[in-house]
Design a protein around this ligand. Sequence first.
Ligand code: PMP
Length: 361
Amino acid sequence: MNITKLFRPEIKKIKPYISSPTIDDIAKEIGVSKEKIIKADSGENPYVPDFGRLGEIKSPKVCYYPDPSCRKLRNKLSEYLKVSEEKITCGNGSDELIDLLIRIFVSKNDEIIINPPTFSMYKFYGELVGANIKEVLRNKNSLRVDIEKMLMNISDRTKMVFIDSPGNPTSTLIDKGEIERLLRRQAIVVVDEAYYEYCGKSAISLLLKYPNLVILRTFSKWAGLAGLRIGYAVACPLIINTIDSIRPPYNVNSFAQEAASSVLDNKELYLNRLKKIISLREKCVSYLSSFSDLFVYPSRGAYILIKPKTNAKTLQTYLRKEGILVKLIKSCFLENTLRMNLPGPSEMKRIISVLEKYYEN
Ligand code: PMP
């Protein structure tokens, strides 16, 4: 029996997301200890949450299902965001919320507008429901969203617009005024603020005026909880209730709920750690720019984009052998470019010394 004949046509066409290797995989591959690996390829924060020291997490009773509506966490989020709880829902990573939102608003052949280079999962989940993905490229030099082109491309078929701000991999921001222009159109505008804490610029205040706005955030990046999978959406109660009505009932596990609550109880500690990394951002850009082979884009977000004049893949392979993982970007005009997380102080020193060695040879 040929079971592939039974697959939906969208499934046959889908290109699976390629995850980055784990620290264990790389340590084994290059034969060094795990502690030597600098994992700078997936936007995670290098600081590991120290729940033991904080004594905050009381082991949840995992024999019971978790709180299906994440009440404690939503209450703390409401305080953090200054938004009422009825406008917040949590997901198994913000990835899950992207999937749920698309399934709520988009049918086969409806249109989704994205602005490459951008986060790949908008297209992925869009294609999974048979959507028509319209790609409105960012400005090639500034890497910013081309708002005029976006407005020109919104049509009666457009159901959703996705904008990541700061962008992945671009690390550029969209202005509130630009978002407002999109919000005046008849479409859902999702502003993905996965890296909000790296820039402090948010469109959340526009929720008071526009029911078609959805803000996505995550604990994966600034808070170091990528491994626990927890993100959230902020939107009008009608959208939030609809997400809640179709999501799996226990989508956020008990540990993730406890850990995210603890992060918010100790948010100054987490934000201060992050501040140290952010304060190095400019320095890192200028150190890297001192290598004549490297063009380094300005960054307002969580990544540094590096475009070598020589072959980026060769440089990536060299760094990998030295235990430094960075991502090779192949998206439209950003081909031959490397994306690196903002490093901490000791990581930066090592990256610079490895680069010096590379360019000496
Ligand atoms: N949005 C953007 C822009 C991202 O870069 C990522 C992670 N790479 C996500 C969402 C997904 O985050 P989460 O871990 O919460 O699923």
